[in-house]
Design a protein around this ligand. Structure first.
Ligand code: ZN
Length: 220
């Protein structure tokens, strides 16, 4: 573990391109869906809509000010995710937000009602403010025909669940954020792991939202 990560670069344009390539290999931004936005100071960086995320170059990015006004517009259209990214920036003071079309996020919405719930899973500790014995809850909103129409219900969910750093969208994916890109990435990876774990546990007939029976109790 001596090699310095290329992630030590702090230019948000470079970071977004690198993270999109990583997320592409994880199946989170395939088919031009999904993406990531980083806020640095009063500048917000994000990819245009409908582009091949793994081929993104720094000069392809849109730059907006803190109020959502476009300052630099490259070719293409502003992402339909923009109002959703701004929800996390404005309501939760996020420094980075990612949107994933991960199959694990989609599947997690099929085994849940209005909330995704798990407990007693080690990777919960990767989500700020959560321990192994806590309950981790992610609100689920219903999908809409157009991405930008999710903005209001996502905003309501963010306000209603102050401990959550994600909002799941039924049969669609998830929005995840953190105080900076590193926390957003960690949260995205941990949530995705928990979504996958809960779905696989369900396949085994185990409900991930129910605490395990203590050994002493089970032995009686
Ligand atoms: Zn989407």
């Amino acid at each position: 573990m001596t090699t310095e990560s290329p992630m030590s670069k702090t230019d948000p344009r470079q970071l977004i391109c690198e993270l999109c390539r990583q997320f592409y290999t994880q199946g989170w931004v395939s088919g031009t869906g999904g993406g990531i936005s980083i806020k640095e100071g009063d500048r917000v960086y994000m990819a245009p809509s409908g582009v091949q995320k793994e081929r993104l170059q720094p000069e392809d990015l849109f730059v907006l000010d803190g109020s959502g006004k476009v300052l630099e517009a490259p070719a293409g259209n502003l992402s339909a995710c923009a109002p959703l990214f701004f929800n996390a920036f404005d309501i939760r003071g996020a420094g980075a937000v990612m949107h994933s079309h991960s199959i694990n996020a989609l599947m997690a919405t099929l085994i849940s009602g209005d909330e995704f719930r798990v407990t007693h899973l080690e990777m919960m500790k990767g989500i700020a403010g959560h321990g192994y014995h806590d309950e981790l809850v992610v609100p689920i909103i219903e999908n809409t025909a157009h991405e930008h129409d999710l903005a209001d219900s996502m905003g309501e969910a963010i306000r209603a669940y102050p401990k959550a750093f994600a909002v799941l969208v039924r049969r669609h994916g998830v929005y995840v954020w953190g105080k900076d890109w590193a926390e957003a990435k960690r949260h995205a990876e941990c949530y995705d792991y928990l979504f996958e774990a809960a779905v696989k546990m369900r396949q085994l007939g185990v409900d991930a939202s129910v605490p395990p029976v203590e050994r002493a109790e089970a032995a009686q």
